[in-house]
Design a protein around this ligand. Structure first.
Ligand code: AGP
Length: 511
């Protein structure tokens, strides 16, 4: 038996089974499912009856696959809270977590719905719903270009995904705009005209994308915004408004906490919008409107193109909110879209600096800790950069708003502390320079990532990385590139597993 998820009542089940004389070999909830099924088989049930009886007793979230000794033409799968899909082959059938996993075998996929379970033989599949009724779920043909999962000549998926950002963002911009990319083309349900606030919920990297977007929605649409981490939001008692728009951001569309947060507000706010990368995912299906970021499969556990493509779609949503609320005219939106058309080229220029980033990463890899600083939209980017370095290189890294430095973290600064400052030469630059000087006065090793004007003004820093000049709105996407490359090359220098960092899963389908 294979199990992804958590069985919440496994202790009670375990005690029950132990009382009936069954012996356990491990402490896992997974073994409990296997033993419970075995117990049902021993009482004379067929495999199908045994699984049906087992499923009735499980609380929690799971995707399950069962094989039975002596039944070589039978596999049973079940899903509740975790994704599961059936693949149709010629004279063979498959179970997988999603279309990407099944892509090397087949392009014919049936997605199971919440509570479904399926009996597979080589000849086909019979799907049952949570009530045990036969269910008819459609089989879809997945586009193989969407499921293409090779490294395209790169050493790692992460390297490929970083490199393809210019083309991903260009394509996504094309999908969401019309008239030669001069006007927005978002689905009808995307409407902010009567909303009294925007609530954005996500986890990890998606959450940092929403934190950047908060600045944009405030600036471009003048709408109050709250952002929260899904695992907190779902258990808070958020004050909901029936005029609010809820935006749920998730690359996989299957993150358990984000899905639970979405369900928490569904029906209580004016509308829910999903910003997702997998159009068949649970969050895509359960939001009122789902906008794809069109990033293509993201295989590396650390999100890179997913992050910048989320930022792009959130920026388009902020422009739409500005338009709907009369803060922006069509002409102003058009002008912003014109600026956005320059984004792929600027990202490509940022990518050109990879050799300098690599040399810097070799030095950074010697350190134990790192601090990232940023102001304005660069603050959430500093948080994202620190997350990336942590998950890839296992170094301790923190992101701070530059202005927070003197409220505590400055105590950490000494000659061994690298401080990476993300600071384009914008309206806030002078303030960041003073924060940098505070670091240098305490022998901190400042690595400044800025444009030429910023680097010239900064004076003597420990290391520098030059970025192209970027319009303010595009800076978070462009500056994400050196942050991603820095964590990638630091991980290489430290010899960690880039695509599959320890202890992490690509899609966190349990809370
Ligand atoms: C990012 O590098 C992460 N590994 C992680 O924080 C991720 O962004 C988070 O788990 C949310 O995933 P989602 O976008 O698929 O919901």
């Amino acid at each position: 038996m294979v199990h992804n998820g958590i069985i919440e009542n496994f202790r009670a089940l375990r005690e029950d089974l132990a009382a009936q004389g069954l012996a356990f070999e491990s402490e896992t909830d997974t073994e409990t499912i296997a033993l419970l099924t075995r117990h049902h088989l021993d009482s004379g049930m067929t495999p199908v009856e045994a699984v049906a009886a087992t499923l009735k007793r499980l609380d929690g979230a799971f995707a399950l696959a069962f094989l039975f000794d002596g039944h070589d033409d039978l596999m049973i799968g079940a899903r509740k809270g975790s994704p599961l899909a059936v693949g149709h082959g010629k004279g063979e059938m498959y179970l997988g977590s999603d279309a990407i996993a099944l892509a090397p075998m087949t392009d014919q996929v049936t997605y199971l719905e919440e509570g479904d379970w399926v009996v597979l033989t080589r000849a086909g599949a019979q799907i049952y719903d949570a009530q045990g009724r036969l269910a008819n779920r459609p089989t879809t043909r997945i586009r193989l270009d969407q499921a293409r999962v090779d490294k395209a000549g790169h050493k790692h998926f992460m390297a490929k995904e970083i490199a393809e950002q210019p083309s991903v963002l260009a394509a996504s911009l094309g999908f969401h705009t019309a008239n030669g990319q001069t006007s927005l083309a978002l689905p009808e349900g995307v409407d902010f005209s009567t909303c009294d606030r925007v609530t954005m919920v996500a986890c990890g990297t998606g959450h940092y994308a929403t934190q950047v977007a908060k600045y944009w929605f405030e600036q471009l649409a003048g709408v109050p915004v709250e952002t929260d981490i899904a695992s907190e939001y779902r258990y808070r008692q958020p004050v909901l408004s029936d005029k609010a728009v809820g935006i749920f951001v998730s690359q996989s569309g299957e993150t358990a906490d984000t899905l639970a947060a979405l369900r928490h507000v569904t029906g209580k706010v004016a509308r829910t919008i999903g910003v997702i990368n997998v159009p068949t995912s649970s969050i895509a299906r359960e939001t009122d409107v789902a906008l794809s970021i069109h990033a293509g499969p993201e295989i590396s556990v650390a999100s890179t193109k997913g992050f910048t493509a989320q930022l792009l779609v959130l920026l388009l949503l902020a422009l739409k909110a500005g338009l709907d609320r009369g803060r922006l005219t069509e002409a102003q939106v058009s002008a912003h879209l014109e600026t956005l058309r320059g984004l792929p080229a600027l990202m490509a220029q940022a990518l050109d600096h990879e050799p300098e980033v690599e040399a810097l990463a070799v030095r950074l890899a010697e350190s134990r800790d790192a601090l990232f600083l940023g102001r304005g939209v660069m603050y959430p980017l500093a948080l994202e950069a620190a997350l990336k370095l942590k998950e890839l290189s296992y170094m301790h890294a923190e992101g701070y708003a530059s202005g927070e430095l003197k409220h505590g973290p400055i105590a950490l600064i000494d000659k061994n502390m690298p401080v990476i400052v993300l600071a384009p030469h914008d309206a806030l630059y002078d303030k960041t320079v003073s924060n940098m000087q505070e670091v240098m006065a305490r022998q901190g090793q400042v690595i400044l990532i800025s444009d030429r004007a910023g680097l010239e003004e900064a004076g003597d820093v420990w290391a520098r990385l030059v970025m192209p000049n970027v319009p303010d709105l595009l800076a978070p996407m462009v500056y994400a590139v050196p942050a991603q490359l820095l964590s990638y090359h630091t991980a290489l220098a430290r010899g960690t597993d880039v695509d599959q960092p320890r202890n992490l899963a690509k899609s966190v389908t349990v809370e």
